[in-house]
Structure formats: structure tokens, C-alpha cells
Design a protein around this ligand. Sequence first.
Ligand code: TYD
Length: 286
Amino acid sequence: ADEAFIMDLFEKEKFDVVVNFAAESHVDRSITDPEAFVRTNVMGTTTLLDACRTYGIKRYHQVSTDEVYGDLPLDRPDLFFTETTPLHTSSPYSSSKASADLFVLAYHRTYGLPVTVSRCSNNYGPYQFPEKLIPLMINNVKHHKQLPVYGDGMQIRDWLYVEDHCKAIDMVCNGGKIGEVYNVGGHNERPNIFIVKTIIAQLHDRLKDDGISEDLIKHVADRLGHDRRYGIDPTKIKNDLGWYPETPFEKGIVLTIDWYLDHEEWMEHITSGNYQKYYEEMYKNK
Ligand code: TYD
């Protein structure tokens, strides 16, 4: 969002393609501090778009989210988000991402900027910050800390291994049609409580630690405006670009747990200092 810095960087580096992964991405933080989301996700995006326009970038790709479509009812497993599903956001986070998408598409229509947008389901895998469900639960289980499951834990997310997401972005940047949106997701829908119980079982067996059990689960107050279900229809990216999710959830979760067990130092470093404060603040009334 720092216009002078970005313009300077573009002047120096002469980029040809820009992929905007940068975002404030945690829904709970957006409920506490919406303004940061407008600044980073909306104004950060328009700053990049202006730089791309000024420097004649060959392709701008926006990494977006399925959350721009709102949520689906739990009792209609036949419904999925397609690229033409109306935008219908629930949280300050998803509203900021939908705004950014609209600016990206407007820069195409108004200025002819060569853009594409991808809207992906929940990611998991290496290096994910432990504010998100999977790394947070892995870290808490290892330390025998309570596992805060929002509400009844029956909300459904469509989980995609991060490398499959990266492959999709690469394919859209190289073969996607300018001005188009592509949904990315892999029919890997699971309720939250299933994810938490899978992590408990895996870590119990791997660490041979009887202190790890489902007794650690604590059902806490639900997230405000909590989306019930996300479900992506990936037909367009499959048919147009030949993308499909290569990593089923059962394999991806094992890879992810392996990674976190092999990177204890990374986790310790990242959960020291500010994270402690974040965790206490976020979970104290839950
Ligand atoms: P999250 O990882 O924050 O992703 P998103 O909100 O973008 O889907 O949360 C995934 C699901 O897990 C969501 O339904 C909220 C739930 N959740 C909990 O039950 N407890 C937690 O501590 C967190 C972080 C999330």
C-alpha cells in the first residue's frame, strides 16, 4: 500500500508479470480490525494495479478467495460456487477481497490492463501461520493445549494442499484468458471437527503420547457471522487449463503434519512474542 515504494520498485525491477498474493487473510482478525483489511487488501491492490498500468506489465494476476461468494447451506451438498455465483460476502475480510476483485476487473475493462483472477478454497500445508485452523491445532495438540472449536464444529471447508493451489496460479498466469476468473478447489470438503480429530489421531500415533486425546477439544463461542460451508466447482479450470488437485486430503494432511514436526524451530520462533499476545486476546473470551 506504499505507493512511492511500489513505484520505485517497479521502476528498478522492470517486472513482466505480477502475481498479488499479498493480503491480510485471517477472518477473525478482520472482525477485530477491519481497517487494516481495507488498507492492505483494497488499497494495496489498487496501488499495485496503478503501478502495473504505469509500467505496462504484461500480466497481473490476483489471488482471491472463494469467500467472496459468501457461504452455502449445510443441507444442500449439491450446491457449489461457480465463477458466475453472485458476490455475497459475510466478513470484513471477504468484503475487502471482493472489493479488490472488482477493482482488478474494472482496471481490465477501463484501462485494458491484462488481468486474471483466481478464487481458491481453504489452503493448508507448509509455512502456514498458526492463526489458521490446521497449524493452530497442530501446535496446540503438541503442547497439550485446549483445542478451540468454534460452535459445534460442523462448518465445512473445501481443503486444498498449497502446492496444488500454486500449480493452478501458474497455469492461469500462463494459459488463462485475460479478464477471466477461475475457481480453484478440489472437492475435499470436510467438517472442522473431522479435521481436528484427524490431527489428534495422527499426532497421538506419531508421537506415542497418551496426553494427546479428544479431551483437549473445547467447543467455544462461535465466530460472528460464521460461514457454514464453502464448496468450489472447479469445472472451468479443469476443462480450460487441465488443472486438477493432485493431493487428496488424506495425503496432504500427513505431508503437512510431517512438515510441522520437522520444523519445530520455525514454529517456536513464530509463536514467540507477538503471537502469544494475539492468542490471548483472540481466545480469552472464548
Ligand atoms: P480458518 O483457518 O480461520 O479459515 P477460514 O475462516 O478462512 O475458513 O478457519 C477454518 C474453519 O475453522 C472455520 O470454520 C473456523 C474454524 N476455526 C475453529 O473452529 N477454531 C479456530 O481456532 C480457528 C482458527 C478456526
